[in-house]
Write a protein that binds this ligand. Structure first.
Ligand code: GCB
Length: 578
């Protein structure tokens, strides 16, 4: 699945702007043909914080917009691409239902061609944002009636994950054309042979059509025409891609009819390898140590909506503190965020939206299908990014269940079949399955979220770090694989100070992160440290989430540094001016 492009053979327009909106609390509406008197709403953005009274509304809502066909589009194949609609989307054009997609955070394309008019097209999208046990991520899981705590301390809305369940059309909606004969997909993988880069380009297209590929940049221009499925280009003295030098080449793929191109796609290529060797993670054959964060697509008013300026800002903040990486906690981020990771040289652990997974029979088959769908869709979308160094199949599933091991083994095999070039992981949390994590046997890298000194050993950083060290050493001795500590952190109210430090103070967070990092720096098998979280972010309401916020950010929700941000900068850059 290629991102839409505009060039001599393809065109594209962005439908971002003010759409019309109405809720449908009984889910009984039949507005596919359109509706009158909708309220204006911004697309892309979550609906929750835009319109009065809708913050906790997670039901059905309808969006509609109108467009005229641009000049020259009459005889083209036209598609709509939705970057992210959370959670369940149904699409109508001029009264005809054209498709459905389940799951936010991943794109889908719908062909509009035969239903288009030259003027006054009406595009309608029904969005169902409900939380349900047979959805992924799940929510509204019935409390266990045998538990004495059934219904006690529940969060609201009742998601099974720790971030606000924003919904709506959250990323841009694009209209684009494809020529009659079109490139369907391009799959690029890279290798290194001495100082030579090896770039394999596989082009999915109508059978029997020749392809011409050109690779430009860093002093080379290579061109090759071929009839086979793929071509291998060799790049002498290759300028490799890495965080220190995110070198990119320009790849142009032309579909040929005789000597004339009939379609074209361009993409950026970074030549790099990523592999696991014993307990080390190797980038371009050299051990790499990740410093960075878990993050959220989260900002006031726009919710989980695509805001380019916030993306730029977050990269600036990450660079400022000395991060070289992040994990797309807990769902795939926007395609634009991934493009910038390639350009700016960030290493990305790319995670699906399988968070809060549990294994009770009810709804399990559906959750399994969705996890397979998401894994396929994520790899299809992000496979060509040099920045993506690992696939994460899930965050903190309730793996203390005998069904979990086989569930993830299947998913791991699927990911490896689709992409044999990248390590695959499942992110574990000690509070649930700890060292008996069933996926540790087969995943390539062990990703551990740990909160000793916060959720356990509360208020006692030293005792927490001792427990952490014991567990890390034991896990390493047992599995001998690289370990990433993919979350560690402490809630911190900005401006709250204490001496001696205590929980929720800025001093406690700074001391907590320092103690963890100093320990991890002493352990050669620790391949990475990701602080939870880059910024404070909104959650559901719960007694353990003051003001419906998770305050573990080292920056506030409006991106101001806490004490810990300065401390991290000193630790990761090696000096305060780094
Ligand atoms: C975790 C989760 C993350 C939470 C975090 C916390 O282990 O992966 O989603 O926000 O802990 O702050 O409790």
């Amino acid at each position: 699945m290629l991102y839409p492009q505009a060039n001599a053979y393809r065109q594209m327009i962005d439908l971002s702007g003010f759409w019309e909106f109405r809720t449908d609390p009984d889910a009984a509406g039949d507005f596919g043909i359109g509706f009158d008197q909708g309220q204006p709403i911004a697309v892309p953005a979550s609906w929750n914080d835009q319109l009065t009274g809708l913050r906790d509304y997670l039901g059905v809502a309808w969006y509609q917009t109108h467009f005229n066909l641009p000049w020259g589009w009459n005889d083209q194949r036209v598609f709509a691409r939705f970057g992210s609609v959370n959670y369940l989307a149904d699409v109508w054009l001029n009264g005809t239902h054209l498709g459905q997609h389940e799951g936010g955070h991943l794109p889908f394309d719908i062909e509009l061609t035969t239903h288009l008019k030259e003027h006054g097209n009406r595009l309608v999208v029904r969005v169902d944002g409900e939380l349900a046990p047979d959805r992924v991520p799940p929510g509204n899981i019935p409390p266990d009636p045998r538990s004495p705590f059934a219904g006690f301390m529940r969060n609201y809305p009742a998601n099974a994950f720790d971030f606000f369940p924003y919904c709506g059309i959250q990323r841009p909606v694009l209209l684009y054309t494809l020529p009659p004969q079109a490139i369907e997909d391009v799959i690029v993988t890279t290798g290194i042979d001495g100082t030579t880069g090896v770039v394999r380009v596989q082009v999915e297209r109508p059978a029997g059509t020749p392809v011409r590929v050109s690779l430009h940049g860093h002093g080379i221009a290579i061109r090759q025409t071929f009839d086979e499925r793929d071509a291998v280009l060799t790049v002498p003295q290759a300028a490799l891609w890495s965080p220190a030098a995110p070198n990119l080449y320009d790849l142009t793929v032309d579909l040929m009819d005789g000597d004339a191109p009939v379609d074209r796609c361009t993409l950026k290529v970074g030549i790099r390898t990523i592999e696991v060797d014993g307990d080390q993670l190797l980038l371009n054959g050299q051990p790499v140590k990740l410093t960075g964060f878990g993050r959220h697509e989260d900002f006031p008013v726009t919710g989980r909506g695509y805001v380019p300026a916030v993306i730029v800002k977050d990269y600036e903040l990450m660079k400022w503190v000395g991060a070289n990486s992040f994990r797309t906690t807990h769902y795939p981020y926007s395609e634009q965020m991934m493009d910038l990771a390639d350009r700016l040289g960030f290493l990305v652990i790319d995670e699906t939206q399988a968070v809060g997974l549990y294994f009770a029979e009810q709804g399990l088959d559906r959750r399994r299908e969705l996890c397979h769908q998401y894994t396929r869709e994520l790899i299809a979308r992000d496979k060509n990014h040099p920045s993506v160094i690992m696939w994460s199949l899930a965050n903190e599933p309730f793996n203390n269940d005998p069904k979990a091991g086989p569930f993830f083994r299947e998913l791991y095999d699927l990911a490896k079949r689709l992409d044999p070039t990248r390590p695959v992981t499942v992110v574990n949390v000690g509070m649930i399955s700890g060292p008996d994590e069933p996926t540790f046997e087969f995943v390539d890298v062990l990703c551990m979220n740990r909160y000793y000194g916060w959720y356990s050993e509360a208020g006692r950083i030293e005792a927490g770090v001792e427990a952490l060290e014991a567990e890390l050493d034991a896990t390493h001795a047992k599995f001998g694989k690289p370990i990433l500590v993919t979350e560690f952190g402490a809630d911190t109210l900005p401006g709250w100070h204490a001496e001696p430090s205590e929980m929720f103070s800025e001093e406690y967070q700074a001391e907590f992160l320092t103690a963890y990092i100093e320990l991890m720096n002493r352990k050669p098998y620790i391949a990475g440290q990701h602080v939870w979280n880059l910024c404070d972010f909104k959650t559901s309401q719960a007694v353990f989430r003051t003001a419906a916020m998770n305050f573990k950010g080292v920056f506030t929700r409006d991106r101001r540094p806490k004490l810990a941000a300065h401390r991290l900068r000193a630790l990761w850059h090696g000096n305060a001016d780094g």
